[in-house]
Design a protein around this ligand. Sequence first.
Ligand SMILES: *[C@@H]1O[C@H](CO)[C@@H](O)[C@H](O)[C@H]1NC(C)=O
Ligand SMILES: *[C@@H]1O[C@H](CO)[C@@H](O)[C@H](O)[C@H]1NC(C)=O
Ligand SMILES: *[C@@H]1O[C@H](CO)[C@@H](O)[C@H](O)[C@H]1NC(C)=O
Ligand SMILES: *[C@@H]1O[C@H](CO)[C@@H](O)[C@H](O)[C@H]1NC(C)=O
Length: 335
Amino acid sequence: MKIVFDLITTEFVIWVIAAIVLAIWTAYYLRKPLSFHDKHVFVTGGSGGIGKAIATEVIKEGGRVSLFARGQYGLEDAKNEIVLKTNCNPNSIQIFPGDVNDSLGTLTKIIDDSEKNHGPIFMLVNTAGYAVAGRFEDLSVDNFKAMMSVNFMGTVSVSKVVVPRMKNRGEGVVVLFGSQAGLTGIFGYTAYAATKFALRGFAEALSMEVKPYNISVTLACPPDTDTPGLIMENKTKPKETCLISDSSGVLPAQDVAKQTLEDAKMKRFLSTNGFEGKILTTVCCGMAPITSYFELAIQKGMKSKDLDKESRKYNLTKVSWKWNDNTICHSKMKV
Ligand SMILES: *[C@@H]1O[C@H](CO)[C@@H](O)[C@H](O)[C@H]1NC(C)=O
Ligand SMILES: *[C@@H]1O[C@H](CO)[C@@H](O)[C@H](O)[C@H]1NC(C)=O
Ligand SMILES: *[C@@H]1O[C@H](CO)[C@@H](O)[C@H](O)[C@H]1NC(C)=O
Ligand SMILES: *[C@@H]1O[C@H](CO)[C@@H](O)[C@H](O)[C@H]1NC(C)=O
C-alpha cells in the first residue's frame, strides 16, 4: 500500500486529472476502435496459452483465424475447443502446422495458403515463444541461441513475410509478445529477458516505420500467465525468480488476451495488465511511442516525482519495489 501513497503528490494529482480530461476528449473525438469482425487474424503459437485465448476472442467477434504452431494434434484440439466454446462455423478456423523458426520460403507458402481462403491478414499476433529460467552460469549458450531464435527471430521472420503485404494494402495490426521481463531485467532471466528486450527494440523501430502506412504495432507485456508454457518454465525457475514472480501473481490467459486485443484495437503501443503493469511501463517507457494523452500525462506526473534532480536518474527502487531489490529476495531465502 505504501507504494500507492508514495505516488500521490499534488503535482501527480494534477497530471492525473489532466490525463482523465484528455482521455475523455480523445475517446469522444479522435478514437474509433478497430474491429476484427470479418477480418483475418493470423496467430503464431495459436494451439495453446495466450495464442489460443486470443483466437477465441477474435472468433467471438466474428473474425476468421489461422492458427500456426508446431503440433498438428495440438492445433486440431485447439480448433475443436474453440468451435465448441463459441459455436462458430468450423471453416472460420484454419490450422497450419509449422515452426516460426522455418525458412522464409516455407513461411511464405504457409501465409499464402492462409490468405487463399481467409483473405488478406488484417492482424498478425506473434505469441510463439518460451522461457527457460536459470542463473546465468546454469544456462548454456545453446539455451540463449535457441530462445533468441524462437522468441526473437521467429517473430521477425513471420513479420518479415506479413508486414510488406500490410504496407501494400495500407492497413494492418502487428501484435508482438514482449513480457514484463522485456521492460526490466529479472533475476533468473538473463536469456529470456534479453530476447524480450530485443523484441521491444524491434517493435519500437517497426512501429515508427509502418505508422505512415496505417499499420499499428502493439507490444504486449504481460506478467506470468497461466499457460502450458508456465508449467514448463516453472520447472527451471530458481527460487529467487519464484519469489519475484509470486509478487506479481499469475493471470489467466483469457485476461491477457482480452487486454491485448483491447489495446490493439485502440492502436496502443504498450499493452499491460493491472496496476503493477501500468507502473512498470510508465517508469520503463523510454522513448516508446506515446499513443494517448493519458499515457503522456501519467508519465509526466510520475517522472516529475521520481526524477532525482541531482543525479538525473529515476529512483527505480521506489516504484519497482521487489523487482530489483535482491536483498528482499535473499533475506526471504534465508528464512
Ligand atoms: C532453428 O533453425 C535452425 C536452422 O534451421 C536450426 O539450426 C536451429 O536449431 C533451430 N532452432 C530451434 C530452437 O529449433
Ligand atoms: C486505416 O486502417 C483502418 C483499419 O485498420 C481502416 O478502417 C481505415 O480506413 C484506414 N485508413 C486509411 C486512411 O486508409
Ligand atoms: C508457477 O509458479 C508460480 C510462482 O512462481 C505459481 O504461482 C504458479 O501457480 C505456478 N504455476 C504452475 C502452472 O505451476
Ligand atoms: C530511492 O527510494 C528508496 C525507497 O523509497 C530510498 O530508500 C532511496 O534512498 C532512494 N534513493 C535515492 C537516490 O533517492
